[in-house]
Design a protein around this ligand. Structure first.
Ligand code: SAM
Length: 281
């Protein structure tokens, strides 16, 4: 489908404060090419062209288990995991330009070479990067109908699937009228399922109670995942207080500035982990 310059996608991020200081500009110019995958842009600066070609193994220069992070922010989790697991390829999608620069700066500081970053809206880009039938679709109902299906004729369909997908502290969109912007939504579950290998884990975390409940409801209602934590860690504030479904903190998830701020403000952290099953839906 052609790129649609006129189409206003619902976005799960805002691009406030997108200016980079000279230090980061210089670093990006010098070291960016080692880490940032440059793809043609689509209908706006955070969209990739539907014709973008992407080869995971070529981007990393090798075949290895793949973890994908959506919204790494300053890259604390991304670089920590990459540093502890040099045998993994760790791919991040970040829509905020200064975030991309910070991820590169951190990767350089820690001397990791197994990180790649794509500056894009993950919801728009992932179906193209992994050759899903939802590539190029903008309307939530159509994306939902395409579900997790891979378009075998798509040039990126042969990319290896990920063993892990992380969505840690996504923008919470607190106001009721903004909740449709939350990235963890019914239409996104098919995309998450489409890029995960069978047995792969989707890990999520948030410090906002009502987003945690929504995440749990959304991933459990989706036909693609098993929740091994059904009934665990019930939350007394949950509208269904007995229900639980939350995971213990993943031991590899490190403390980020966002989590710290949530804790300081007295909020509770919820972790969620679901497993991509291979049963036909
Ligand atoms: C609240 S911050 C959390 C950062 C980090 N995950 C952490 O835990 O510290 C959310 C990040 O997700 C990014 N983001 C939000 N929606 C996105 C999307 N659709 N695609 C890529 N990045 C996104 C934002 O730009 C921001 O950097």
């Amino acid at each position: 489908m052609a790129d649609r310059p006129d189409f206003a996608r619902i976005k799960s991020f805002t691009l406030r404060g997108s200016r980079l200081g000279d230090k980061y500009e210089e670093l990006l110019a010098q070291r960016g090419p080692e880490f940032v995958i440059d793809l043609p842009t689509g209908h706006d600066a955070t969209a990739i062209a539907t014709s973008a070609r992407f080869d995971v193994n070529e981007a990393f220069g090798r075949e290895a288990p793949l973890a994908v992070e959506i919204g790494p922010g300053s890259g604390e989790q991304l670089v920590s995991y990459a540093s502890d697991h040099p045998d993994w390829n760790v791919l991040a999608l970040e829509a905020w330009h200064p975030g991309v620069a910070r991820c590169v700066a951190r990767a350089v500081r820690h001397g990791v070479t197994n990180v790649r970053v794509i500056e894009a809206d993950a919801a728009q880009a992932l179906p193209i990067l992994f050759g899903l039938e939802s590539a190029g679709l903008n309307v939530p109902e159509q994306i939902m109908a395409a579900g997790d299906r891979v378009d075998r004729a798509h040039q990126n369909a042969g990319n290896p699937r990920a063993q892990m997908l992380w969505t840690f502290f996504p923008d919470p969109w607190r106001k009721a009228r903004h909740r449709k912007r939350r990235i963890v939504s019914e239409s996104f579950t098919g995309i998450a399922a489409g890029l995960l290998a069978t047995g792969g884990a989707w890990r999520l975390a948030t410090d906002w109670d009502d987003y945690a409940w929504q995440m749990r409801d959304t991933v459990e209602a989706a036909q693609y995942f098993d929740n091994p934590h059904v009934g665990q860690l019930p939350d007394p504030n949950d509208p269904e207080p007995e229900r639980g479904g939350y995971a213990p903190r993943w031991e590899e998830r490190i403390m980020t500035r966002f989590e710290e701020r949530g804790i300081e403000a007295g909020r509770t952290i919820h972790d969620i982990e679901v497993i991509r099953h291979g049963r036909s839906s």
